[in-house]
Design a protein around this ligand. Structure first.
Ligand code: G6P
Length: 614
C-alpha cells in the first residue's frame, strides 16, 4: 500500500527519501514521487508512474537540492496509476505539497464545494482535494498552516496519514494520522518521518508513534510537538525499536520470500524464546498469564483477521477448541465489522495481523472493544496500531516480513496460537499432562523439524518446473490441514497468478470434482492423522478421473505414494502442529512456480503487504 517518507535536518533530503522509498517498495505500489523545498525557495515536485527506480531516472539532471522533503509510493485507489495521480499533490497555488495514505471517503462532497469556490483539479485523487481544502481554509480564514490542517481534517471522513510541506517554510513538516500508520524518527538534530519505521531504522532507533487524531509539527532545530485537532498538546512518548538493517535485506537470496521461507527454523526459535521452559515444559505467554481470569472465564473466542492471518486463525480454532474446549469462531475482519455481530462481554476477541495495521482488522478491534469484549492481539510489528489498540497481546517475533506473500509470519502465528492454547488449557485444566508435554516438546523441536523439511527445496524446485503450464490448481486437506490447503492455494495465486482453490478434501465431491482432468493438478496434504484413510480415498477418486496428484506425505507412507503422481516427504510431528510442517513445501512450490513463470515474486501485481484501506 501507499508509503510515506519525510526528512528535515542538515543532510540532503533526496538520498534519504529515495532510500526510504526503496525500503517501502515491498508494500506494493504503482507510482512514486518526491517534494522538496530547494535552497532557492522553490517547491520542487517530481513524480511518475512506475517504480522508485523510474523516479530516480526521472530525477536525473533535475534540481533535487534541499534539506527538507517528503516522498511517497502510491497504491492507486481513486484514479488510475499515472504521473498526474502520483503524489505529492500540490495546492492550486503550488505553495503547499501533500502526500497521503488512505482514503478520504467524503472527497466528492468536499471537491464539489471547492469547485464552487473556483478550484480546479489536475488529478482524479481524493488527496488533491485535501491539499486544496487546506489551502482554501488557510487563505479564506487567514490562519496558520497548522490551524488550516486542523480545520480541514475535522471535515474529513476516512482514513489518512498525511505529510505536508510548504514553499514559504523550509523549516517545517506537518504530519497527521487517522487509522493509517505514521511514525516520527528522532535523530540528532534531524527528524525522519515514515508510515513504516523499518524504512528509516538505519538512521535512528528512537520513534514517536503518532496516534489517531494527532498532528505532528516537525520543525528544524526545535523539539517535536504533537497536538490534537483541537490543539491540545499530546505527551511525547519516545519508543526504542531494535531492528537491524540485515533483517531488511535479502542476505544473498534472490528474493525476500525465499529468504523468509528459509529463515523459518530461526524465526520459530525467536518466537518461542523465553516462552517454553525446556526442563519443565511449562508454556507461558505472559499476555495470557497476566489476564488469566479473562481466559478462565471466556465464554467464546472470536478470531478476527484477513488473508493469511485468517488462515492461521482457522488453525488456531482447531488448536483452541480441541485443547482448551472453548468455542471458537473465525471471522473475516471486513465482514465482522459491518455485520452487527453478537459480542458478549465475556468473549475474547483475538485480532491476528502480521503488520498490525490492516484497516479492517483494526476496525474489528475497535468494534469489539466498544462491545466490552477483552481484545487480544497477535501481531508481528512492534508498536503497530493493532498492538497498541488491543487490551493485551503477544508478538510473534519473526522479524520484518518483506515478501508480500506471508510465510514466516504464518508459521509464527500458528506457533503462538499453539503456545496460547497450551497456556490456557493448563490454566483451565482441559489438557492431560502427557499431551501437553508432547505438544510442548514438539514446539521446542520445531526449528530442527523445519530444517529437515526445508531439505525438500531442490526436489520442489524440479517439481515446480513441471507445473508451470497449469492454469488452475486445487489444494485439498482435512481438519487442521484444510486451512493449510487454503494457505497453499493463496500463496500460489498471489505470486504466480495461477488460479488456485483450497477445499476440504471431502467437500471436493460437491463441486470441484467436476473440474478434475489431467490439466488441473491437485495438491493434497496427506500426512498421517485421524482422517488419513479418508484423504487417501479422496486421492483415489481424483485418480479415477484422470487427475494428477502432488501429495505431501510422511516418509514411510506406502498407500498414498502408490497413487500420487508426485510426492513430497515431510517429517511427522504431533498432529495439531502438522500445518506448520506441511505449509513449508507449499510455500516453496508457489515460490518456484512463480519464479519459473517469471513473476515478480516479492512484489506481485496489485497486491499490497499491508492493507491500510478497507
Ligand atoms: C495483505 C497481505 C497478506 C496478508 C493480509 C493481512 O493482503 O498481502 O499477506 O495476509 O494483508 O495482513 P495482516 O498484516 O493483517 O496479517
Amino acid at each position: 500500500m501507499c508509503g510515506i517518507v519525510g526528512y528535515i535536518g542538515p543532510r540532503e533530503a533526496t538520498p534519504v527519501l529515495l532510500k526510504g522509498l526503496h525500503r517501502l517498495e515491498y508494500r506494493g505500489y504503482d507510482s512514486a514521487g518526491v517534494a522538496l523545498v530547494a535552497p532557492t525557495g522553490e517547491l520542487n515536485v517530481y513524480k511518475c508512474k512506475g517504480k522508485v527506480s523510474d523516479l530516480e531516472r526521472f530525477l536525473d539532471g533535475k534540481d533535487t537540492a534541499g534539506t527538507i522533503g517528503i516522498a511517497h509510493t502510491r497504491w492507486a485507489t481513486h484514479g488510475v496509476p499515472n504521473d498526474v495521480n502520483a503524489h505529492p499533490h500540490c495546492s492550486e497555488s503550488n505553495r503547499i505539497a501533500l502526500i497521503h495514505n488512505g482514503i478520504i471517503e467524503n472527497f466528492r462532497l468536499l471537491k464539489d464545494a471547492l469547485v464552487e469556490n473556483g478550484y480546479t483539479f489536475r488529478s482524479s485523487t481524493d488527496s488533491e482535494v485535501l491539499v486544496n481544502l487546506i489551502e482554501y481554509i488557510r487563505t479564506s480564514n487567514d490562519c496558520s498552516l497548522l490551524e488550516a490542517v486542523q480545520q480541514a481534517l475535522k471535515q474529513v471522513v476516512g482514513a489518512y496519514a498525511i505529510a505536508i510541506i510548504e514553499k514559504d517554510n523550509p523549516d517545517r513538516i506537518i504530519a497527521a494520522r487517522q487509522s493509517s500508520p505514521m511514525v516520527v524518527g528522532i535523530g540528532k538534530g534531524e527528524y525522519f518521518l515514515s508510515s513504516d519505521a523499518a524504512s528509516i531504522v538505519e538512521y535512528t532507533k528512537e520513534f514517536v508513534y503518532v496516534n489517531d487524531g494527532e498532528i505532528a509539527v516537525i520543525e528544524r532545530d526545535k523539539p517535536l510537538k504533537v497536538v490534537t485537532l483541537d490543539n491540545h498538546k499530546s505527551r511525547i512518548d519516545i519508543k526504542k525499536l531494535e531492528l537491524s538493517i540485515s533483517q531488511l535485506e535479502k542476505g544473498g537470496y534472490p528474493h525476500f520470500m525465499l529468504k523468509e521461507i528459509y529463515e523459518q527454523p530461526d524465526t520459530i526459535v525467536d518466537c518461542i524464546r523465553g516462552r517454553i521452559n525446556e526442563e519443565t515444559l511449562e508454556v507461558k505467554l505472559s499476555g495470557v498469564i497476566d489476564n488469566r481470569e479473562k481466559f478462565l472465564k471466556a465464554r467464546r473466542i472470536i478470531f478476527v483477521a484477513c488473508g493469511t492471518s485468517w488462515h492461521a486463525a482457522l488453525i488456531g480454532e482447531h488448536l483452541i477448541e480441541s485443547i482448551c474446549r472453548i468455542p471458537v469462531e473465525v471471522e473475516y475482519a471486513s465482514e465482522f465489522r459491518y455485520r452487527n455481530p453478537i459480542i458478549y462481554p465475556d468473549d475474547i476477541v483475538i485480532a491476528v495481523s502480521q503488520s498490525g495495521e490492516t484497516a479492517d482488522t483494526l476496525a474489528a478491534v475497535e468494534l469489539a472493544r466498544k462491545a466490552g469484549a477483552f481484545v487480544f492481539g497477535i501481531s508481528n510489528v512492534v508498536g503497530s496500531s493493532i498492538a497498541r489498540a488491543t487490551d493485551s497481546g503477544t508478538y510473534i517475533h519473526v522479524g520484518p516480513e518483506i515478501g508480500v506473500a506471508s510465510t514466516k509470519a504464518f508459521t509464527g502465528q500458528v506457533t503462538v496460537m499453539a503456545m496460547l492454547a497450551l497456556t490456557v488449557a493448563r490454566e483451565r485444566g482441559t489438557i492431560s499432562k502427557e499431551y501437553h508435554d508432547e505438544v510442548a516438546r514438539a514446539l521446542i523441536q520445531l526449528p530442527d523439524t523445519l530444517r529437515e523439511v526445508l531439505k525438500v527445496g531442490p526436489q520442489v524446485e524440479s517439481l515446480a518446473k513441471i507445473f508451470t503450464y497449469a492454469h488452475h490448481f486445487i489444494y485439498l486437506g482435512r481438519g487442521e490441514n484444510y486451512p493449510t490447503a487454503l494457505e497453499g492455494a493463496l500463496k500460489l495465486k498471489e505470486i504466480s497468478y495461477i488460479h488456485a482453490e483450497g477445499y476440504p478434501a471431502a467437500e471436493m465431491k460437491h463441486g470441484p470434482i467436476a473440474l478434475i482432468d489431467d490439466e488441473m493438478p491437485t495438491v493434497v496434504i496427506a500426512t498421517p492423522d485421524h482422517t488419513y484413510e479418508k484423504t487417501a480415498s479422496n486421492i483415489e477418486e481424483i485418480k479415477a478421473r484422470g487427475g494428477r496428484i502432488v501429495a505431501v506425505i510422511a516418509a514411510d507412507d506406502e498407500l498414498v505414494r502408490r497413487s500420487a503422481d508426485y510426492t513430497i516427504e515431510v517429517p511427522v510431528i504431533t498432529e495439531c502442529l502438522m500445518p506448520i510442517v506441511a505449509s513449508l513445501p507449499l510455500q516453496l512450490l508457489a515460490y518456484y512456480i512463480a519464479v519459473y513463470k517469471g513473476r515478480n515474486v516479492d512484489q506481485p501485481r496489485n497486491l499490497a503487504k499491508s492493507v491500510t484501506v478497507e
